[in-house]
Design a protein around this ligand. Structure first.
Ligand SMILES: [Mg+2]
Length: 173
C-alpha cells in the first residue's frame, strides 16, 4: 500500500487570504516554509496529495477552469524552488452548510484519495491550518498536524509557523 502526506492548501502551501479566494495566479503566494517538508516526505516515499475546500467555485466567484490555472501555477512555483510536484489534487466546491460528505470537516476527499491511490491511513499524515482539517483527518483515520497561529481574525494574512513544520518533519523521519 502507498502512504501519503495530505496537505491543505490555503495557509499551508500558499498564504491564506482571509475572507477572499485565490482566483488568479497573481493572488497565489507560495509559503516557502513548506518546501522542506514536501521534499522530505517525497524522498521517503510519501505521495503528496492536496485536499482543499474551494467554495469560491460553488459561489460562482470563479470557475473550475480558473482553479485549474491557479493549481498549474502552484506546480510551477513549486518547481521553481526545487520542490516536488503535488501528485494529486482533490477539490470540494460545495458550499458551507450543504451537508457535504466531501467538504472538510467531512472526510470524503481523503477517503476518495485513499481509495484511488491505495493509501494506508495508518502510515499517512494530514497537515492543515484549521480545526476542520484535523477533524477531517481524524475521521479518515490518518495522523494529523496543524500549523499556523490559529488567530485568523487577528490578521489579514495567516502563515504557518516554521517551528510547527519542523516538528512535523521530525515526526516523518
Ligand atoms: Mg487552510
Amino acid at each position: 500500500m502507498n502512504k501519503a502526506l495530505f496537505l491543505d492548501r490555503d495557509g499551508v502551501i500558499n498564504t491564506r487570504l482571509v475572507g477572499r479566494y485565490v482566483q488568479t495566479p497573481d493572488q497565489f503566494s507560495l509559503i516557502t516554509d513548506i518546501v522542506p517538508l514536501l521534499r522530505h516526505a517525497h524522498a521517503r516515499g510519501y505521495m503528496l496529495i492536496l485536499i482543499t475546500n474551494q467554495q469560491g467555485v460553488g459561489k460562482g466567484l470563479m470557475s473550475l477552469e480558473d482553479l485549474d490555472v491557479v493549481h498549474e501555477h502552484m506546480q510551477q512555483c513549486l518547481h521553481q524552488v526545487g520542490a516536488p510536484r503535488i501528485d494529486a489534487i482533490y477539490v470540494c466546491t460545495d458550499l458551507d452548510g450543504q451537508q457535504s460528505a466531501h467538504r472538510k470537516p467531512a472526510p470524503g476527499m481523503l477517503l476518495d484519495a485513499m481509495r484511488d491511490h491505495g493509501i494506508n491511513p495508518l502510515e499517512s499524515w494530514f497537515v492543515g491550518d484549521s480545526i476542520t482539517d484535523a477533524q477531517a483527518g481524524r475521521a479518515a483515520g490518518v495522523k494529523t498536524a496543524l500549523v499556523g497561529d490559529f488567530q485568523p481574525e487577528a490578521a489579514d494574512l495567516v502563515q504557518p509557523s516554521h517551528a510547527m513544520l519542523e516538528l512535523v518533519l521530525q515526526k516523518l523521519l
